[in-house]
Design a binder for this molecule. Structure first.
Ligand code: ATP
Ligand code: MG
Length: 188
């Protein structure tokens, strides 16, 4: 499901020095597995996730996600993944339901299908009563739940999320069609 070979990403500091954010990562993650990437601030977690979600090209090495190469088949990778980044993905002025519907439409769902999927996800994530509320009037935790709904709208094969998403539970995963395997392991 996710395979990396010597995946690396470096940046150039203002003085020209090459600084490695991620160096030589070899991963083999099977379908149904959950992997938690832990590390102190600046360890390279977000850089790794940005490469796996095609937001950032690797400096060297390779990665395949859901069977597709992140460098040469980025569109196919994006079609099969859900990614919820560290910052809030939703804007401020749209209603919660509209954020999810818009994302569904971007993924090619028809108007009715997008509304149905949005309604299902908001219900599963406990946001049913906030569907018509603008995101600027939602709490931090409620906005993180909305971010999860946005990331799950396309029923991704592969789902990754970062920091502070306590909204996620095994029950939520099951209801969203994402299976868990083993104690404390979730699909990534
Ligand atoms: N665009 C960039 N240019 C230069 N350096 C960068 C850039 N993006 C990240 N870095 C550096 O790469 C390293 C890894 O950053 P990254 O954001 O991946 O860390 P992280 O593990 O996600 O940290 P956190 O727990 O704080 O979110 C850090 O030293 C960071 O300063
Ligand atoms: Mg980070």
């Amino acid at each position: 499901m996710i395979e990396t070979d010597s995946l690396s990403r470096s940046f150039h500091a203002p003085d020209g020095e090459e600084v490695f954010a991620v160096r030589g990562i070899d991963l083999r993650i099977e379908a149904g597995e959950t992997v938690a990437v832990l590390g102190p601030n600046g360890a390279g977690k977000s850089t790794l996730m940005r490469m796996l979600s095609t937001l950032l090209p690797p400096s060297s090495g390779s990665a395949r996600v859901a069977g597709f190469d992140v460098a040469s088949q980025g569109g196919m990778v994006r079609e099969h993944i859900g990614y919820v980044g560290q910052g809030n993905g939703a804007g401020h002025t749209q209603r919660a339901i509209d954020e999810v519907v818009t994302q569904g439409r971007i993924y090619g769902l028809g108007r009715a299908a997008a509304r149905q999927r949005a309604g299902e996800l908001l219900a599963v994530l406990g946001l049913e009563n906030l569907a018509k509320r603008k995101t600027q009037a939602m709490s931090g935790g409620q906005r993180r739940r909305l971010d999860l709904a946005i990331g799950l709208v396309n029923k991704p094969l592969c789902f990754s999320w970062t920091n502070r998403q306590q909204a996620w539970t095994r029950r939520t995963a099951a209801t969203c069609g994402i299976t868990s395997s083993g104690s404390g392991r979730r699909r990534t």
